[in-house]
Design a protein around this ligand. Structure first.
Ligand code: FE
Length: 199
């Protein structure tokens, strides 16, 4: 299977002022594209060449896992953003968050703190455990929850390429800005899909 770069469902300047056009352009057209191209080269003529991306992320290790997960993670990250959103989390899904973390503000602070304290490059995930409980899981490098049997709901890319042009070393400012762009409807939809499978 030859993988292709997933399209963004918004314009390159749509996330401004939180994420600049320059950052998004580099991030999507250069970094994300490079992961796709490298994955295609790497798996050609291997046992992975006919598998779908999610299966490769679940079963592969080493360089194949790294590139496949980076492709998957970036698509998931970009899909979870909504330009001009800046909406607070409310409604039934906010109650789910409160049941798991005590309050929405505690959840937000924990997520942001997990991103700031991640050593080196990586991803912060909100995941659903097999028992239905939620957890915030920081992962280094290309780390992906599917690989360890957890269900991803939300992720923030905390590789420097995601924010350095806009925020330099101010990782917390980037994470606060990211928070204003989260598409909670998509996160809730993912949650409902996973809980429907589990029922
Ligand atoms: Fe990235």
């Amino acid at each position: 299977m030859k993988f292709e770069l997933s399209e963004l469902h918004y314009d390159l300047d749509a996330l401004e002022p939180y994420i600049s056009k320059k950052t998004l352009e580099l991030h999507h057209r250069k970094h994300h594209q490079a992961y796709v191209s490298n994955l295609n080269s790497l798996i050609a003529r291997t046992k992975f060449k006919d598998l779908d991306l999610e299966t490769i992320v679940r079963v592969a290790d080493g360089p194949v896992f790294n590139f496949a997960a980076q492709v998957w993670n970036h698509t998931f990250y970009f899909e979870g953003l909504l330009p001009g959103n800046n909406k607070t989390l409310k409604g039934p899904f906010a109650d789910v968050i409160k049941n798991n973390f005590g309050s929405v503000s505690f959840f937000k602070n924990l997520f942001i703190r997990s991103g700031v304290s991640l050593f080196g490059a990586g991803w912060v995930w909100l995941v659903l455990n097999p028992d239905g409980s939620m957890e915030i899981v920081p992962k280094s490098n290309a780390g992906n929850p599917l690989h360890i049997g957890l269900f991803p709901l939300l992720t923030c890319d905390v590789w420097e390429h995601a924010y350095y042009l806009d925020y330099q070393n101010r990782t917390q400012d980037y994470l606060e800005a990211f928070w204003k762009l989260i598409n909670w409807e998509i996160i809730e939809k993912r949650y409902n899909e996973f809980t429907a499978i589990a029922d």
